[in-house]
Design a protein around this ligand. Structure first.
Ligand SMILES: [Zn+2]
Ligand SMILES: [Zn+2]
Length: 375
């Protein structure tokens, strides 16, 4: 069922753009998290903001008018992307609506959550197949230990910003489609925090965080594939003001292997056999990731046959068992026969009645034209 975004704003279907904007403004003023601390209000504000976006964005409105839900991506309405922030930035809409700044009522915290970080980890095939533990070196923001995130020099404290008297915002009158509105914007002196740091921490320069190179072990589970990411919770960037760290994502990059190529849980390799070995049968010793394996080549093996070594592939990441190792057989026809070899082959051909062969067509039948081409 598509959400009725008109109903969310207390409107009937087909309400005009102006009505949508009016309704949104009225509701947003009561529900905005900066004015209404109730958790229900926050939820309701998100709904209202989503409805506003659905009805004012032309692309989304088109979907609504067709009876669809522009936020329904199969994971429920408004399911967020990376980082699970849900509906992106409550302030964004307010900014768009009021020409910036209305979302910044009251001083905002210096402390903000940190971002995620991404690092690439190159691994060999046996490491992705069997799993490994690797030390990785990352260069991310970590908490400043000199001020533990406060950003102040030892023994000093932040003071109230004189530009905004600690409110974190300054006001100006602006003209907009709503007529004259008083717009608030973050205080330029204190960046909206309401406080200034007169004596910044000498180590982090009031940032509350510093960049640091460190080495951490990463456990790579057996069966990972190229491009997969391992998440290390809380190992990303520490935020401004020592805010909680984001996550660190380790992206697996699998180095190509000399012998094996990988297709998910299966491994593939090629072996080339002399024609005689393919005809007579033989046993090959193949160096697999598990060690040496005897591969039985049956007499009469055809070119492009595939021999499957069960459970010698990569482990299944989210299930038990392993994939297979597929050995693709190529058969080599001898070239440059010496006189004796040629004589033997001719004798063989004669014994097999193949000295006047009829060429088989693609369908396995006799191809009339080609059957005359023998020497
Ligand atoms: Zn200020
Ligand atoms: Zn510091």
């Amino acid at each position: 069922m598509a959400t009725d975004y008109f109903a969310v704003l207390g409107l009937s279907r087909g309400a005009s753009d102006t009505d949508v904007k009016k309704a949104y403004r009225r509701l947003a003023r009561d529900l905005h998290p900066d004015v209404n601390p109730e958790p229900e209000a926050k939820e309701r504000f998100q709904e209202v903001s989503r409805a506003y976006q659905a009805l004012t964005d032309p692309e989304k409105r088109r979907i609504v008018d067709l009876g669809g839900d522009p936020f329904d991506n199969g994971q429920g309405a408004g399911a967020g992307g990376f980082g699970g922030a849900g509906f992106g930035g409550l302030g964004d809409i307010m900014d768009a609506f009021f020409g910036g700044g209305a979302a910044t009522r009251g001083p905002r915290s210096r402390v903000r959550a940190g971002g995620d970080a991404l690092i690439r980890l190159d691994l060999d095939l046996d490491e992705t197949v069997f799993g490994t533990t690797k030390d990785i070196t990352v260069d991310t923001a970590v908490l400043c230990d000199a001020c533990t995130g406060a950003g102040t020099a030892p023994g000093t404290h932040p003071t109230t910003c004189v530009t905004c008297s600690g409110r974190g915002e300054v006001q100006s009158v602006q003209r907009s489609f709503l007529g004259q509105v008083v717009a608030t914007r973050p205080c330029p002196t204190c960046a909206g925090t309401g406080q200034v740091i007169p004596e910044p921490c000498p180590k982090c320069g009031a940032e509350g965080r510093v960049r640091q190179r460190r080495t951490i072990p990463v456990k790579v589970p057996a069966g990972v594939e190229d491009g997969m990411r391992i998440r290390l919770t809380g190992h990303g960037e520490v935020g401004p003001g020592g805010g909680p760290a984001g996550d660190l994502y380790v992206e697996i990059a699998e180095r190509p292997h000399d012998v094996f190529t990988r297709d998910g849980e299966d491994l593939h390799c090629r072996v080339t056999l002399p024609m005689t070995a393919a005809a007579l049968g033989t046993t090959l010793t193949l160096q697999t990731l598990d060690g040496e394996e005897e591969v039985d080549i049956r007499p009469g093996t055809q070119p492009d046959s595939v021999i499957t070594l069960r459970a010698k592939g990569a482990p299944r990441l989210r299930a038990t068992g392993r994939g297979n190792l597929m050995v693709h057989v190529e058969v080599q026809t001898p070239t440059r026969l010496d006189a004796e070899q040629e004589k033997l082959l001719r004798e063989l051909a004669a014994l097999r009645g193949e000295d006047r062969p009829a060429a088989a067509g693609a369908d396995g039948g006799h191809a009339g034209i080609f059957s005359r081409l023998f020497k």
